[in-house]
Design a protein around this ligand. Structure first.
Ligand SMILES: Cc1cc2nc3c(=O)[nH]c(=O)nc-3n(C[C@H](O)[C@H](O)[C@H](O)COP(=O)(O)OP(=O)(O)OC[C@H]3O[C@@H](n4cnc5c(N)ncnc54)[C@H](O)[C@@H]3O)c2cc1C
Length: 401
């Protein structure tokens, strides 16, 4: 955009991690930004997430790194248990995730979304409780109608509305084309911390099943995770809460350790989050005047622990690539500059699955041997994928080479 043109108007769908990051950088690059979010407010609940490697530089440049350092959860221990509840190995979480002590961050998801929202809310128009209904592209704009009523024309529309993105569906077609199911399902829900756990995770495994209790503080609830191998995606359960609970309960019906208490807590919980473990893989992240970022374009799955970091980095790259360019060149530069980073991080999925959820007795025994050897090693190497991109400086309008 040059100073002689009118200010370009951008609509972003989704106000979680990728959306506010896009909004922050686009306003700095001179765009007028509106964010539409389906929920009534920024959703602040949720599980702990990691911010690592290149993504740390994004939050540093946004000025929110000190706030996130204060929110760092500093988990001390990850303990793996066998089917009888006996200890297999107890190690620092970074030994498994490749995180870097003293540098990488783990924060409650809500602490990250709150920090991002605070950084943009004064400069951006937010439309909560609303979403895109229809979207029609023409040569010089995108006509959008909103579910809540009204319509508007924007120069660009950017989808940051998550793995089940409505923007993607409207422009690129059904999710099934881009969805790569990885063979597991999971349920996550809060339960009382009656286990005396503090700043630690305990994970129980039998072949194809894992139950984890994740305690971020001393007194808080724990996050309970039940994950299981399921060769075909259970489409019926995705849309039916009762069916989700029934499926999880039947898979874990004969499980030992604390699993019966976890199943009881799941039945009582108001907010059980159930989904398949999957990735989104697309040949292109843009079409005409519409582009996607974050999970909408390249969800890596929680097996990689890199979803939030990809959302932060991808949003920074998309906004910066548009600075000083028309959208055609900007979107092409975004893809050229970001694809490799996405590919290496999505590729971490094999390591995550093999470590957390071995599906056969043999694979589980091998995993347990690996973990016992890890305990004896001093420190894990950081994963190169986490820092596989050096962020350009887009603030001068063109990236510094
Ligand atoms: C259980 C679990 C554990 C995870 N653990 C980790 C981890 O340890 N580390 C990590 O890095 N990542 C983790 N992730 C992944 C991480 O949460 C996501 O990758 C990340 O949140 C992606 O951010 P996003 O902004 O692209 O999308 P999302 O966070 O999915 O946000 C999408 C936003 O769009 C809104 N929205 C959806 N549809 C519409 C619509 N039609 N109109 C308007 N708004 C809409 C939603 O309400 C939401 O606010 C985990 C995910 C899960 C489910």
């Amino acid at each position: 955009m040059t100073s002689t043109t009118r200010q370009s108007r951008v609509l972003i769908s989704g106000a979680s991690i990728a959306g506010p990051t896009l909004a922050y950088w686009l306003t700095r690059h001179g765009y007028a930004v509106t964010v539409v979010e389906r929920a009534a407010a920024v959703r602040s609940g949720g599980y702990p997430i990691d911010v690592r490697g290149t993504a740390l530089e994004v939050v540093r440049r946004m000025g929110i790194l000190p706030r996130l350092r204060d929110a760092h959860l500093d988990l001390k221990r990850l303990t793996f248990l066998d089917g009888n509840g006996g200890e297999v190995a107890s190690l620092h979480p970074h030994a498994v995730t490749g995180g870097v002590e003293g540098r990488d961050l783990e924060v409650r998801r809500g602490d990250l979304t709150d920090a991002l929202y605070s950084a943009v809310r004064d400069d951006v128009e937010f439309r909560f409780d609303d979403s895109i209904d229809t979207l029609v592209q023409s040569g010089d704009g995108v006509d959008v109608t909103f579910r809540g009523g009204g319509h508007q024309t924007y120069d660009l529309v950017l989808g940051a509305d998550g793995a089940h993105s409505r923007t993607r569906e409207l422009v690129f077609g059904s999710e099934a084309r881009f969805h790569r199911y990885l063979g597991y399902c999971f349920a996550v829900f809060p339960m009382r911390n009656t286990f005396g756990l503090s700043h630690e995770t305990v994970m129980w495994n039998t072949p194809g099943r894992a139950a984890a209790l994740y305690a971020v503080g001393e007194d808080d609830d724990v996050h309970a995770f039940l994950t299981f191998a399921q060769p075909e995606p259970p489409f019926d359960a995705f849309a039916n809460r009762a069916a989700q609970r029934e499926l999880v309960a039947s898979v874990f019906a004969d499980a030992g350790w604390e699993v019966p208490a976890m199943l009881a807590a799941m039945r009582e919980a108001d907010d059980v989050f159930f989904d398949g473990v999957s990735q989104i893989r697309m040949p292109h992240w843009h079409s005409g005047r519409v582009a996607l970022a974050g999970d909408a374009a390249y969800a890596p799955s929680f097996l990689t622990g890199q979803g939030s970091s990809l959302a932060l980095v991808g949003a920074y790259m998309l906004a910066g690539s548009l600075a000083g360019r028309d959208h055609t060149a900007g979107f092409a530069a975004y893809e050229a500059g970001t694809r490799e980073f996405v590919a290496v991080n999505q590729g971490l999925v094999g390591e995550g699955g093999a470590t957390l959820f071995p599906t056969t007795a043999e694979a589980l025994a091998q995993r347990n041997d690996r973990l016992r050897r890890l305990v004896a090693m001093p420190a894990a190497e950081p994963r190169s994928a986490h820092s596989a991109l050096t962020l350009p400086d887009f603030t001068a309008g063109r990236p510094a080479q």
